[in-house]
Design a protein around this ligand. Structure first.
Ligand code: SF4
Length: 364
């Protein structure tokens, strides 16, 4: 791939990396209009939106970098097999089916072994292998591998530690009908109805795969989020139904936030006596400063300065508008738009109310 032209003065390792990512994205060899077996275990609506060409949010540099890192780790895993079986390791073997296309990461020809390469986080170690990856490899075995007498495995690279964990995949025919049914739905949606599938019943805007917090604490969204959950609007913060349970991945951050809020509150409380001393001293000195033309009082530890800003007038524009003294058109050239101010408030659960009602008696 020839790199994009960049002015030499803009060269840094970062700009070269980001340009290489954009070039790799533009040269993506996969057809966006094909049904992907690799995504059969994911959100079916997402596949239909992509195939039907719905506009999608561009990937962030972080997302592209993660994707890119997956490629060079795959190169490393391939090199391990290549060292054992030179020239006999096939990459991205295409599996064509009536439902869609799959791409087997590694096919080790002499031992009829297929390898699906994935990267993941250490925190996910206990959940491996992930169900949607088992779905993917089972489909490869179903449509291609079984006919080639294949064994399969999923190899996970743990990003933080560089460890590689392997999980053999034994063909499980019970998985297949559900997956074929889903692929059928996708096929009908894109070829006959030409309409995206509905939002899955168990999908939620702030849960994977719709929206989640990534390893770097950033809210990450499916590229089609706006199609499913709408453009961001300013919610009514008095509407209790808009308070939702925090996703599990955010609980630690929120607990840390709560600790910080409590610490700020305690510190403010501890500062109160000092603020009172400051206020009382300033009040006591006011007359003295007013009576003499001095700007400060010095002691060896420092100087207390008093500054009086110039008197100024202010105008109650909303009232003048309400009284009709001026019109919005008249002040339009002097108007600047201020975005809404954002405030955050931490609330602790209220203790249950104790009822002072009299217990009902049999006569009541
Ligand atoms: S936002 Fe959620 S429901 Fe919508 S396409 Fe993406 S993953 Fe599927």
């Amino acid at each position: 791939m020839t790199p994009s032209v960049l002015p030499q003065e803009t060269f840094t390792t970062q700009t070269l990396h980001e340009t290489a990512l954009a070039d790799a994205r533009a040269a993506n060899p996969f057809d966006p209009r094909e049904i992907r077996l690799s995504a059969a275990g994911g959100c079916p609506r997402q596949q239909t939106l992509r195939i039907l060409g719905a506009p999608q949010a561009p990937e962030s540099v972080t997302q592209l970098s993660i994707f890119h890192a997956g490629h060079y780790w795959e190169d490393y895993l391939a090199s391990l097999w290549e060292a054992r079986y030179p020239g006999q390791v096939n990459r991205q073997v295409t599996v064509e089916t009536q439902y869609g296309t799959g791409h087997i990461d590694l096919w080790v020809e002499p031992i009829h072994h297929l390898v699906e390469c994935k990267t993941t986080k250490v925190a996910r170690r206990a959940q491996l292998p992930l169900d949607e990856h088992l779905d993917q490899v089972n489909l490869y075995l179903h449509f291609w591998g079984n006919a080639h007498g294949a064994t399969g495995e999923i190899a996970y690279l743990l990003k933080e530690t560089g460890e590689i964990l392997t999980f053999p995949v034994v063909y499980d025919p019970h998985r297949i009908p559900r997956l074929l049914e889903r692929l059928d739905q996708i096929l009908i949606a894109v070829q006959i109805d030409q309409q995206p599938l509905p939002i899955p019943e168990d999908a939620a805007p702030f849960q994977f795969p719709c929206g989640w917090m990534d390893a770097y604490g950033q809210f990450t969204k499916c590229p089609f989020w706006a199609h499913c959950w709408g453009e961001p609007t300013i919610p009514d913060d008095a509407d209790e139904t808009l308070i939702v349970d925090a996703p599990e991945t955010w609980i630690d951050s929120l607990q840390t936030y709560a600790t910080a809020v409590t610490a700020i509150k305690d510190t403010k409380q501890a500062l109160k006596p000092y603020e009172q001393i400051k206020k009382d001293t300033e009040a006591a000195l006011k007359d003295w400063f007013d009576a003499y033309p001095i700007a400060g009082l010095r002691i060896p530890d420092g100087t207390l300065r008093r500054t009086i800003s110039k008197a100024s007038d202010s105008w109650d524009v909303p009232q003048a508008l309400a009284d009709g003294a001026i019109t919005p058109e008249q002040i339009a050239p002097y108007t600047t738009h201020q975005p809404g101010r954002v405030t955050w408030r931490w609330e602790t659960p209220k203790p249950p109310k104790t009822s002072h009602k009299k217990s009902p008696t049999p006569q009541d």
